[in-house]
Design a protein around this ligand. Sequence first.
Ligand SMILES: NC(=O)C1=CN([C@@H]2O[C@H](COP(=O)(O)OP(=O)(O)OC[C@H]3O[C@@H](n4cnc5c(N)ncnc54)[C@H](OP(=O)(O)O)[C@@H]3O)[C@@H](O)[C@H]2O)C=CC1
Ligand SMILES: CCCCCCCCCCCCCCCC(=O)[C@@H](N)CO
Length: 267
Amino acid sequence: MRHVLVTGGSSGIGLAIAALLLSRGDRVTLLARDEGRLEAAMDILSELPGAGERLAAVSADVADAASVGAGVRAAASRFGPADVLVASAGIVEPGLFHDQPPELFERQVAVNLFGVANSVRAVLPDMRAAGGGRIAIVSSGAGLIGIPGYSGYCASKFALRGLAASLRAETAGHGISVSISFPPDTVTPQYEREMLVRPPEAEAMMGRVRPWQAADVARVIVEGMEKGRREVHFGVALRFVGYFGPLVSAWFDARLVRTARKGRRPV
Ligand SMILES: NC(=O)C1=CN([C@@H]2O[C@H](COP(=O)(O)OP(=O)(O)OC[C@H]3O[C@@H](n4cnc5c(N)ncnc54)[C@H](OP(=O)(O)O)[C@@H]3O)[C@@H](O)[C@H]2O)C=CC1
Ligand SMILES: CCCCCCCCCCCCCCCC(=O)[C@@H](N)CO
């Protein structure tokens, strides 16, 4: 029986992935900061048949290497070393670069980029010793194309593509697969908060792809991971952006410049 560690497993996409893998018979540890949200997620997941004994939770902050290291050790002492890491923990703080306090930019990079690096670092020695494993990193469609109002978020999510590519090359010889997914807007608690403050320039781009349900995103991520896919895309438009991101960017840039010249806001 595999042991899957899901960072960000107490909410949204991480929670949906945890539910799917529990229902398929894996052992799952949820890793997130807030104990109350972890308990609420455990309550929901315990309803799944036979999930009770295969489910655990640890409170840790992925942005803090020592904290996530301790969390991973605690998880291993319960269910053994993790065979699979799903790195879904992430945050978004929309805001135009020139308006945004540097702390918010830095926090997004700390959680979304360093948080993934810290999580991988914590599980990798055991995976190498076991001679195999799977790592699924959750980036975003915003990791493929620059979006106004998302500079810190895009920077962190683009960077994950480089991290994943390097890691994949390093770990392939050890039987460890590294997949990275680029989901569209997905209906989750984070998305609900984000929509209240999303700048219109951003909605002009992001609004072109309809939001997905978390369960559907989870299914595509898990399928991609199990097939050992390098990159996991969602729908025709975002797959196109995945292959031809710079072209799409150039087109959006020209469009934004045109609407700005006409003195209009883009939406
Ligand atoms: N929803 C969307 O539209 C999209 C989301 N994504 C990405 O998917 C991932 C999940 O997003 P979503 O499900 O919407 O978000 P949610 O806010 O619903 O869930 C985020 C999860 O991450 C945890 N988390 C946040 N910060 C930390 C931290 N420092 N350490 C440990 N855990 C943390 C949260 O728990 P707690 O706060 O208690 O720590 C929670 O469990 C993110 O990486 C996001 O960028 C990608 C594309 C689209
Ligand atoms: C022919 C090609 C045309 C393609 C048009 C595509 C436009 C780009 C859409 C980018 C969507 C990014 C969603 C990110 C969501 C996210 O990560 C946040 N919700 C975080 O919470």
